[in-house]
Design a protein around this ligand. Structure first.
Ligand code: BGP
Length: 473
């Protein structure tokens, strides 16, 4: 017997500014690090970028009308920092604020709860040029200044706020895998930039308590549960290390203000621990989130890794199945395929039980309410001859993950809602426009790459019925 979804469960969908908006220099916007990075040769799949994206900046009314037709109760989107502060700080740009005001008002007019992400990876390029963005402590003040401007302007209209999206994935790709700006491989810089991001998260929460007393705020984390490759104790230790270094390292700080002790000891021994200044520990401990935003896509299997074993390598950004290499940290762990699970074309294990495991682990360790802020399947969707998109594989994926949510609710998870990734098709940071996630197909043809017509996929109608029945469909 599965637990029902609670009354008022937030059925939602998600997006991020750079991946949908386009209008990259409209109404006074400054360049983001992604506007610059995506145009450097070889950085993204076939040089794709977000200059136009799916043109949501100009078509938001049509998109909100589709959300209303679907019955969406919550819409998670991000605000682009350089739209509000083209130079990263200073005077706010009214053109940028006005766009988000129009979007928020349109959502509220349809009874859709806005869930606003303050930072989804598109830092102002001006701050990268000036001081290396997250590598400098100076970003903490500038981020707080930006957040305060948004809390002041939208705090009365928006109840749910996300501080940082997937700090873990963004910094891992920026400083360990050389895939996001500044695209280096340096473990010390990785931990230092993360420390600054933790401080920024804490300052945002502290400012929020002053400015939006009735609202709810938390970070969004991408949880990838670690499984041991075998019952060999060495593999179990490897999986526990992976859990500590790839999950607890972030969630412990968000939830308790403390770095996990065994990972900290390892970093000290290897000369990689971040520099911490007086007052940091108090600030981190004081800033408690109201909930944890969890993004879940797949689980990973780990085994023992020798001291001279494999390090961080690369991942599949082409959709060529089987092209993901082994990744690891020498002396700690390395990845291996899971023989029990199917994978997507991007080699992501399809594992609904992994979502239940994630929610159980997060609930047992932190006992905070959880909002699923992303979950979905990226595939090569095709427009059929009948003019429709038959994405039964996505319905299947989502249905099984929703069943896992119900199991997690039975297990005791306080689940506030579920935001599928994504509402419309959008730009996948490194995989271009060919990796699609949406309920709404966005059309591009070779002759007309900017058609961008919106077409409801089969999953659109399915999710509409799920929402209408509060998950009983
Ligand atoms: C998360 C990001 C999203 C989105 C999603 C799908 O990591 O928060 O912005 O892109 O993953 O990932 P991808 O586009 O790489 O398939």
């Amino acid at each position: 017997q599965l637990a029902p979804f609670p009354e008022g469960f937030l059925w939602g969908a998600a997006s991020a500014a750079y991946q949908i908006e386009g209008g990259w220099n409209a109404d006074g916007k400054g360049p983001s690090v992604w506007d610059v990075f995506s145009k450097q040769p070889g950085r993204t799949y076939q040089g794709s970028n977000g200059d136009v994206a799916v043109d949501h900046y100009h078509r938001y009314q049509e998109d909100v009308a589709l959300m209303a037709e679907m019955g969406l109760m919550a819409y998670r989107f991000s605000i682009s920092w350089p739209r509000i502060f083209p130079q990263g700080r200073g005077e706010a740009n009214e053109g940028g604020l006005a766009f988000y005001e129009r979007l928020i008002d349109a959502l509220l007019a349809h009874g859709i709860e806005p869930v606003v992400t303050l930072y989804h990876w598109d830092a102002p390029q001006a701050l990268m040029d000036e001081y290396g963005a997250w590598e400098s402590r100076r970003i903490v003040d500038d981020f707080e200044h930006y957040c305060r401007a948004l809390f002041t302007r939208f705090g009365a209209k928006v109840r749910y706020w996300i501080t940082l999206n997937e700090q873990n994935i963004d910094t891992t790709r920026s400083f360990l895998l050389a895939k996001h700006p500044p695209a280096v491989r340096d473990r010390q810089r990785f931990y230092q930039a993360n420390h600054h991001a933790f401080l920024a998260n804490a300052r945002a929460i502290r400012a929020f308590r002053q400015l939006v007393p009735g609202g709810k705020i938390g970070p969004t984390f991408c949880y990838c549960p670690a499984y041991a490759a075998s019952s060999r104790p060495q593999d179990v230790v490897a999986a526990e290390s992976a859990e500590e270094f790839t999950n607890h390292w972030w969630l412990d700080v968000y939830a308790t203000g403390r770095y996990p002790a065994s990972a900290w000891a390892w970093l000290v021994e290897h000369g990689q621990a971040p520099r911490i200044e007086g007052g940091d520990a108090e600030l981190l401990a004081e800033a408690k989130p109201d909930f944890l935003g969890i993004n879940y896509y797949y689980s990973q299997v780990f085994e023992d890794n020798a001291l001279d074993g494999v390090g961080e390598t690369d991942f599949n950004t082409s959709g060529q199945k089987g092209s993901t290499p082994v990744n690891g940290v020498p002396g700690l762990y390395k990845t291996t395929a899971n023989p029990h699970l199917p994978t997507s074309n991007w080699d992501w294990a399809i594992d609904p039980d992994g979502l239940r495991i994630t929610l159980r682990r997060v609930t047992s360790r932190y006992n905070l309410p959880v909002l699923i802020t992303e979950n979905g399947l990226g595939e090569f969707d095709q427009l059929s001859d009948d003019g429709k998109v038959h994405d039964g594989y996505r319905i299947d994926y989502l249905r099984h993950h929703l069943l896992a949510c119900q199991q997690a609710i039975s297990d005791g998870t306080k689940l506030m809602g579920y935001c599928a990734w994504s509402f419309t098709d959008l730009l996948s940071w490194l995989n271009g426009y060919q990796k699609r996630y949406g309920f709404v197909y966005v059309n591009r043809t070779e002759t007309d790459p900017l058609d961008l017509a919106r077409i409801r996929k089969d999953s659109f109608y399915w999710y509409r019925d799920v929402i209408a029945s509060n998950g009983r469909k």
